[in-house]
Design a protein around this ligand. Structure first.
Ligand code: ZN
Length: 433
């Protein structure tokens, strides 16, 4: 179960089955029963509610967004979809959708809706208020739409459109079934609203890298709200999450793609001569944030007496010599077996620190001339307000390790075949690779 709790006053939320990790990436995994915040009975066929609605169009020729006609003129194709649609997903008598079997054709629509809604719930929790849509002047609701011929997922003006890919042995893999992908796109929507869009002549390369990084972090924090993901990570490491970033063993330690992506070792000097793909430029910033998450988790473990200061010392020495790795792991094996629940709570606390710090910091950012260094400054400001600066060494240290503030990325190098957000600032039709 997701760790959403009821105080008995709130009406129960609407139930769905959700895969924390796309079933084709991890076939052994069962979908998790989750609740979204919309009360039972308030989600209609589609699914749909007052903020978003799902459609599976029949005969939709192209994706939403900017296109060219035969005369080479550009035009915008935007929601709502007016044509025919496949049968929607219907709620049961109590208003829930968890009765729909993954083999049912309507499951995909329910999964897409639940992924978007779950992500919004998580982040509205960190913002402490509703997050408006950036396109609210034109649309009240987000159209969640599926286009199987589209090998992409993208969010734009009034829509989140998901396609799928057949590049894995011809089997069709719908992106709507991949929680990370949907959560990532919702992350872009959050940033468009909360940070905004730079004026074109003031758009830095780092703005685009930041957008991708933030979208990945939205997905990462959201996926850590699945009980099964947290359990998987802790059981595989026995709580030694330094194994992710200091021992480089993350591939075998997590089944989750988003976690593997965040546990990287990229630094900013790799981009001093220029960059061509904002998803790669995003990696040093995402890596810094992941390391902050791990360090805050260790602080919580220390505070709760779950690890000793000697273990913390040992972890520092891991930076220079991995021979301490085995010693460290056996200490964790011992401690974790004594109190696995304590480790779980510490991880959830660290997750929520990072989630709320990010939400607060993003609101301080100016999209014009945005820099990673400025993101670090905003985080430090938030920390000064919340803890009086308790995490400043962690924030500074991890930003410096990624060489943020030491180097500035070079210019954008146009490369054929690399999809870009750059052309889309004005059109607001970001693409996702
Ligand atoms: Zn993206």
């Amino acid at each position: 179960m997701a760790d959403h709790e009821h105080d008995g006053e709130e009406p129960p939320g609407t139930r769905f089955l959700l895969y924390p990790q796309a079933p084709f990436l991890d076939p052994s995994q069962a979908p998790e029963l989750i609740e979204v915040s919309s009360p039972q009975g308030s989600v209609g066929p589609g699914p749909s509610n007052d903020r978003m609605y799902t459609v599976a169009p029949i005969g939709k020729p192209v994706s939403y967004g900017q296109h060219q006609n035969r005369r080479g003129e550009t035009f915008m194709f935007l929601p709502p979809w007016q044509g025919e649609t496949h049968e929607p997903a219907y709620p049961d008598e109590q208003g829930n959708f968890d009765y729909i079997d993954p083999s049912d054709p309507a499951f995909e629509a329910a999964h897409l809706f639940a992924s978007a809604h779950f992500t919004m719930d998580v982040w509205e929790g960190y913002f402490g208020r509703p997050i408006p849509w950036h396109f609210r002047n034109d649309y009240d609701r987000l159209e969640l739409t599926m286009l199987p011929t589209l090998d992409n997922a993208l969010i734009g003006w009034g829509f989140l459109e998901t396609g799928g890919t057949t590049k894995y042995g011809g089997e069709y893999r719908a992106y709507s079934m991949n929680f990370d992908v949907v959560a990532h796109e919702i992350g872009h929507a959050i940033i468009y609203n909360e940070v905004g869009i730079p004026s074109p002549e003031k758009a830095s390369g780092e703005y685009y890298g930041f957008h991708e990084s933030a979208a990945d972090l939205v997905a990462l924090i959201s996926v850590l709200h699945f009980g099964s993901v947290v359990e998987d990570v802790l059981n595989n490491t026995h709580g030694n999450l330094y194994a992710f970033n200091k021992l480089n063993r993350f591939a075998e330690l997590s089944h989750n793609e988003q976690i593997r992506l965040a546990a990287n070792t990229d630094v900013l000097s790799q981009f001093v001569n220029g960059w061509s793909d904002e998803h790669l430029l995003a990696q040093p910033l995402t890596g810094a944030m992941f390391d902050i998450l791990i360090d805050v988790y260790h602080e919580r473990l220390l505070l709760r007496g779950l690890i000793s200061p000697e273990m913390e010392d040992l972890s520092d020495r891991l930076e220079t010599s991995p021979v301490y790795g085995d010693r460290m792991q056996s200490l964790f094996d011992e401690r974790y077996n004594e109190d696995p629940e304590g480790f779980r709570v510490a991880l959830l606390e660290a997750r929520d620190y990072l989630g709320s710090y990010l939400a607060d910091a993003w609101q301080l950012l100016d999209p014009d001339y945005l820099s990673y260094y400025g993101v670090g400054q905003a985080l430090e400001e938030v920390d000064r307000q919340i803890t009086g600066g308790e995490f400043l060494p962690i924030i500074r240290g991890n930003f410096l390790t990624r060489e943020i503030g030491l180097y500035t990325p070079g210019p954008k190098i146009e490369k054929k075949g690399v999809e870009s957000h750059s052309a889309s600032v004005r059109t607001m039709v970001p693409m996702r690779e």
